[in-house]
Design a binder for this molecule. Structure first.
Ligand SMILES: Cc1cc2nc3c(=O)[nH]c(=O)nc-3n(C[C@H](O)[C@H](O)[C@H](O)COP(=O)(O)O)c2cc1C
Length: 345
């Protein structure tokens, strides 16, 4: 892990109560998937090229119309006001040059986040039991300027977390702020806004038609599933195991990324998250076929510790480290990376 990220990982324990730190850092089951995430990037070794002109390094990347200073973004994570009173507004302001994927469980309104955003943002959604709630939030995100929707597909039921002895009282006033305006009269909010385990890939086309936005599917770990998502209309794939918070023993994203990228990477952008903590992790993901990577917990650690400046610090540190290691492998830009530059073991 980069030194700057490690500092936030340690410091944030002083900024939030232990139950919130556990909510952020925890995983499901025995936390096997969580524990394996970062180490899995180390299974790949690098095969650098020599004597390439790397005097200028350009990390700029475009993903589905989002122009980024580096191929980095904020993974969707819920309840940013638990980490810092300024919540998603601080994250939006701090993530300058990076993509901000706003969680369905955001604690501030899309329009306010859009006003605070220093760069492009997308909205992550679940298919809720009450479809009108998901539809309303999707349309509201589109109206506020979201560039794409990210449909998380790995959460038919919420994974049972290991560390939460009792449920954190999750900023209940802000819970599902962007959804509850769309509750039909008489609906029980707790049921209507629960993820619907009956949801299928049909939701991709439904959300695309509803909003005109590209829809990515998040939580994909298999090549055949990625193909099925693209056939169902997905404009992109996010390889993710939800940060080890859903199915414990799910494969590490660093392990399966090459298979997914080989299956659909020519057709749609493939993003990845899970345990990415350094420029070398980012570089490895790009060489394995990712277009960009998303960062989950480190953003929350930094947000809790130092608000928008902390979030900006995470992306500055990762961009700087990525630039450095791109030079060392002989790549003047992410486009110079390819599968031949990484080898298992
Ligand atoms: C506190 C927390 C809340 C999360 N909430 C969501 C969410 O609302 N929607 C979602 O799709 N993923 C959610 N995730 C998963 C992240 O988007 C991402 O897949 C994961 O955190 C990436 O791994 P990393 O934390 O190791 O970088 C959450 C993760 C954390 C740590």
């Amino acid at each position: 892990m980069l030194a700057q990220l490690r500092e936030y990982a340690e410091a944030f324990h002083d900024a939030v109560p232990a139950e919130i730190a556990d909510y952020i850092d925890g995983g499901s089951g025995a936390e096997a998937t969580l524990g394996a995430a970062s180490a899995a990037w180390l299974q790949w070794t690098l095969l650098p090229r020599v004597l390439r002109d790397v005097s200028t390094i350009d990390t700029r990347t475009t993903v589905l119309g989002a122009d980024l200073a580096a191929p980095l973004g904020v993974a969707p994570t819920g309840f940013h006001t638990l980490a810092h009173p300024d919540g998603e507004l601080a994250t939006a302001a701090g993530a300058a040059g990076a993509l901000f994927v706003v969680s369905a469980r955001a604690t501030q309104r899309y329009a306010d986040i859009a006003a605070a955003a220093a760069g492009p943002w997308w909205a992550q959604l679940y298919v809720m039991r009450e479809r009108a709630v998901t539809a309303g939030a999707a349309q509201q995100a589109a109206a506020a300027g979201a560039g794409a929707l990210v449909l998380t597909g790995d959460t038919p039921y919420v994974g049972r977390k290991a560390r939460q002895g009792r449920p954190v009282s999750l900023a209940s006033d802000g819970t599902l702020l962007n959804f509850r305006d769309h509750l039909p009269a008489g609906a029980d909010p707790a049921v209507a806004t629960e993820q619907d385990p009956a949801a299928t890939l049909d939701a991709v086309r439904w959300l695309t038609d509803l909003t005109g936005l590209p829809v990515l599917v998040k939580g994909v770990l298999r090549a055949d599933d990625a193909r099925a998502c693209v056939a169902a209309g997905a404009a992109g794939i996010v390889v993710s195991n939800h940060g080890g918070r859903q199915l414990d023993r799910a494969a590490a994203t660093a392990t399966v990324l090459p298979e997914v990228a080989a299956a659909v990477g020519e057709q749609v952008p493939v993003l990845v998250d899970g345990g990415i903590r350094s420029g070398l992790d980012v570089l490895t993901a790009l060489a394995l076929g990712a277009t960009a990577v998303l960062i989950g917990r480190p953003v929350l650690w930094a947000l809790a510790t130092d608000g928008a400046a902390g979030v900006a610090g995470v992306f500055a540190a990762l961009s700087d480290d990525l630039r450095h290691v791109l030079g060392l492998v002989g790549a003047a830009s992410p486009a110079d990376l390819d599968r031949s530059m990484v080898r298992r073991g």
